[in-house]
Write a protein that binds this ligand. Structure first.
Ligand SMILES: [Zn+2]
Length: 681
């Protein structure tokens, strides 16, 4: 039930910055122990035996960590994960009802899709039969043209075999959508898994090879064939991994942006039949294409020369099996779970079939489900309250920029302009997606999943060459998500996140500002983080900084790199200060902004539960970040996730804030009072 770990099927995934983990998407299934519909800020999360000035995370989260162990079917527990669990249950109810008494055409579709996915008896009875025609196509390949055609077909099914093809905005003209050809093709979390000599990764690699052999045996191959096929896949994926950019290298947006026309692309990798490929996906390569990483395309050319057609077939069979697995018989899903969840992420149990099918329906018919979700669960008042709060935080940012001592007038003017042009989308899109051309058949789980993916691929391709749609949501409405997108210069909060404890009308402002306010400030700060500050208000990548101010910015950013690089992530592995820079800037900026916005208006100073409003503000922030996580998952995230571990998202930020020291009476020399605090905004 995973997406390709560490990779993502749609390019937008690579550029947005959700509230939670970029990698832990709803698709892979939010599940957990707490299913209560009454989540709220919990004062008992506090560990009174801890010293707030020595380790605020332990103080604010100690009680929570004890009472919220990792659910058996997840690699971590966190408050936002519990919210996802609630939403998943709600969506499950919507789908159960749609399966028996659909009221609209869309409901019939989501009901049929879900029911087909749940019908395991039929899936088991059919076995590999529904996949045979596709396997036969692969087996019949015997020249480079047919290979290119098959890559195109698999891309339609949601595979990113060899490279990824997607639609995205032009960096220097955000009104235009162009084709992106990017690195992909791996089935381990990031390139280092193929090449590193780190003991853990060498072990993961060996286990991956065993998993591949197992998969080929499940596809009906003999042990010898399976072994040879696994070797083929390892060779191809390792060769691709060697030229891929690492997650840190990808933080430089220009490192994977190279515009060229078809002729130039053909020169880079003449061995791959680009014309056949483009024609098979129905794309006319007339204008400029972002050939993200030219040396990667060259490597594909080299690989084409060096690799026998039989080896390519092994690779494509594996790619096909992976996209089909969620709707194949149980033995495939068990094998997938054993490797990707149990071995790589330390998860103990597979999520229930109902959860898996809920996620799949979300994946392929997300807005048809989201429409029902928003109607039922988004109170009209939430949107207004969130907009008011955002308005106050935006005002705090405005003041902060105006009062800045290190930016000159022209940089300030541009920054303020970007802030003015920043749009907000709350809840759900103005226009829902039209699924009328997606055919869903009751009883055809595999066909539905492949057609669902194909529908999405065609939808993406249809964007190329047209003006950008500024109203599209890049996350599920029913997801627990917030993000800022640079080329669109927009902040989005989905309907699914607008519920307690993220925002709670029953709670005091202090908690709401420390929690939802800080997350809003976080997303706002992304517009000006290490990547965001390279984009202007229109979403174009443009340098609007004077040389001197850019220098000031970099010095300030470097302070965060030094600070976070010292923190341990998981046994022996340190936090990567460069990989997490954008998120750390957003965390620090976000809490500062929320604090300024909270203090900008008069509020009661009464104690609640024995805490001052200022203290509760910081408890709110911490509680959103409390997290228990498996060592395996923590190790993976340390390599490829842009967020710091929960402990440092709390301690790293509060120790930079004099307001925190004041609220808790911490003194110079305490661990939570850094001698030289880092700050950009
Ligand atoms: Zn973020």
């Amino acid at each position: 039930m995973q997406q390709r770990p560490g990779q993502s099927i749609n390019s937008y995934k690579m550029r947005i910055a959700p509230v939670a983990f970029l990698l832990i998407s709803l698709i892979s299934g939010p599940c957990g122990a707490q299913t209560s519909d009454k989540l709220k800020f919990d004062i008992h999360a506090v560990d009174m035996s801890a010293d707030a000035c020595a380790d605020f995370y332990q103080y604010a989260c100690g009680g929570w960590l004890k009472r919220n162990p990792i659910p058996a079917d997840r690699p971590y527990s966190a408050v936002f994960q519990q919210m996802r669990e609630i939403n998943q249950t709600r969506v499950g109810e919507i789908l159960e009802r749609a399966a028996t008494e659909p009221a609209t055409t869309d409901e019939r579709k989501i009901g049929d899709y879900y029911a087909s996915c749940m019908d395991e008896k039929t899936i088991e009875a059919k076995g590999l039969e529904p996949l045979q025609a596709e396997l036969a196509r692969i087996s019949a390949i015997n020249n480079p043209s047919e290979l290119a055609n098959e890559v195109a077909r698999l891309h339609g099914f949601g595979s990113d075999a060899l490279f990824s093809m997607s639609a995205d905005q032009k960096l220097e003209d955000a009104t235009q959508v162009i084709a992106y050809l990017d690195q992909s093709g791996l089935n381990l979390p990031e390139p280092g898994y193929y090449t590193s000599e780190d003991t853990e990764l060498v072990k993961a690699r060996a286990e991956y090879r065993a998993h591949l052999e197992n998969e080929f045996r499940l596809l009906g191959e003999s042990p010898e064939q399976a072994k040879a096929a696994a070797e083929d896949v390892m060779k191809i994926e390792t060769a691709l991994a060697r030229t891929e950019l690492t997650p840190v290298e990808r933080r430089d947006r220009k490192a994977w942006y190279h515009l060229m026309g078809l002729a130039e692309l053909e020169k880079l990798a003449p061995e791959f039949r680009w014309k056949e490929y483009f024609s098979a996906i129905g794309f006319a390569p007339m204008g400029q294409i972002n050939v993200a990483i030219p040396k990667y395309m060259q490597a594909i050319g080299e690989l084409m020369k060096a690799t026998a057609i039989e080896a390519w077939k092994s690779y494509l069979r594996w790619e096909l099996a992976r996209v089909a697995t969620p709707v194949l018989p149980n033995r495939f899903r068990d094998a997938e779970f054993d490797f990707y969840q149990r071995t790589l992420a330390g998860v103990r149990e597979q999520a229930s079939r109902a959860k898996q099918c809920t996620d799949l329906t979300n994946r392929d018919l997300g807005e048809a489900v989201g429409k029902d979700y928003a109607q039922r669960y988004l109170p009209a008042s939430s949107k207004q309250k969130v907009l008011e709060m955002l308005g106050r935080i935006k005002q705090a940012f405005r003041n902060d920029i105006e009062q800045s001592t290190w930016m000159d007038a022209s940089t300030k003017r541009e920054a303020l302009r970007k802030l003015e042009l920043l749009r907000t989308m709350i809840g759900y899109p103005d226009r829902w997606r039209d699924y009328s051309r997606l055919e869903i058949r009751r009883g055809d789980a595999l066909g539905n999943a492949l057609r669902g993916k194909e529908f999405e691929f065609r939808r993406q391709m249809a964007k190329i060459g047209k003006p950008v749609d500024r109203g599209e949501f890049y996350e599920l409405v029913q997801g627990v998500e917030g993000y800022h997108d640079n080329p669109l210069n927009v902040i989005v909060f989905t309907a699914g996140i607008l519920q307690p404890p993220f925002f709670d009308g029953q709670m005091d402002d202090a908690v709401n500002f420390g929690l939802a306010g800080a997350v809003m400030g976080h997303e706002l700060s992304h517009a000006f983080d290490d990547k965001g500050h390279q984009f202007d208000g229109e979403g174009n990548m443009r340098n609007w900084w004077t040389a001197e101010d850019a220098q000031h910015y970099n010095v300030r950013a470097a302070c965060f790199v030094r600070q976070y690089s010292l923190y341990p992530a998981v046994d022996g592995v340190k936090v990567n200060g460069e990989l997490t820079l954008g998120e750390n800037i957003a965390d620090n900026g976000g809490l500062q902004l929320a604090h300024m916005a909270f203090e900008a208006e008069p509020h009661s100073s009464a104690l609640i539960d024995g805490y001052t409003p200022e203290q509760r503000f910081f408890l709110g922030w911490a509680q959103w970040r409390c997290m228990n996580i498996t060592d395996q998952k923590a190790r993976e995230l340390a390599r490829d996730d842009g967020h710091s571990p929960g402990r440092w998202r709390v301690n790293g930020v509060v120790s930079n804030m004099p307001a925190f020291a004041k609220a808790y009476g911490c003194r110079k020399g305490d661990t939570m009072v850094r001698a030289e605090p880092c700050r950009i905004w």
